[in-house]
Ligand binder design. Structure first.
Ligand code: MN
Length: 190
């Protein structure tokens, strides 16, 4: 597990950045989506797989409409405790800018294969049990395995929670933990 976090640890000075360094699974796998205003605004979609948070940067954020395909770029695995991180990554550190917990909750694997196998094969189907997002989501790798920046697509599965009219990215921009938006988080840290 420490090996999986090598890239995460290499990219930042954890004493300066104030970000989490470890954490243990509670036993129930979780997801978190963090809205992150770094050099460009994006949503970090993270699923607990194999003791760490497998991560993707989703520029447009997740949709509740099954006809919408959202680009998801695989990024470094993050420690499990990162799911509780909300605050500001300081100037000069990797990903500098405010981070808010946009949604979080438990997940349930909907595929016959394990999530670890799915991450390798490029096919993941999970049920999200969040405050804003519920129901099935599929992640499918579209780039060749081992590509430097793996490209995936994040797509809402067509189930009872699919809703083409909802747009929680714009109607529910605030943190599910604190109710704050990114500007308030940035101000609070000043
Ligand atoms: Mn990010």
């Amino acid at each position: 597990m420490a090996d999986k976090l090598k890239e995460y640890e290499k990219r930042r000075d954890l004493k300066k950045s104030g970000e989490p360094s470890g954490g243990k699974s509670s036993g129930k796998p979780i997801f978190v989506i963090q809205k992150h205003d770094a050099s460009s605004l994006h949503y970090d979609f993270r699923l607990e797989i194999g003791g760490v948070l497998a991560s993707w940067a989703v520029p447009k954020g997740p949709s509740t409409d099954p006809s919408e395909k959202r680009l998801a770029i695989r990024t470094d695995d993050h420690p499990v405790d990162y799911a509780g991180f909300e605050g500001v990554i300081p100037e000069g550190e990797y990903g500098a800018g405010p981070v808010l917990i946009w949604d979080r909750g438990d997940i349930e694997n909907l595929d016959d294969d394990s999530l670890t196998t799915g991450l390798k094969s490029g096919h993941i189907k999970v049920r999200l049990k969040g405050g804003k997002l519920k129901g099935g989501y599929a992640l499918t790798r579209t780039s060749k395995p081992g590509a430097k920046q793996e490209k995936w697509l994040l797509i809402k599965m067509d189930d009872d929670h699919a809703d083409a009219r909802r747009n929680p990215i714009s109607t529910q921009p605030e943190s599910v933990e604190s109710g704050r938006d990114l500007d308030e988080i940035a101000k609070d840290e000043d």
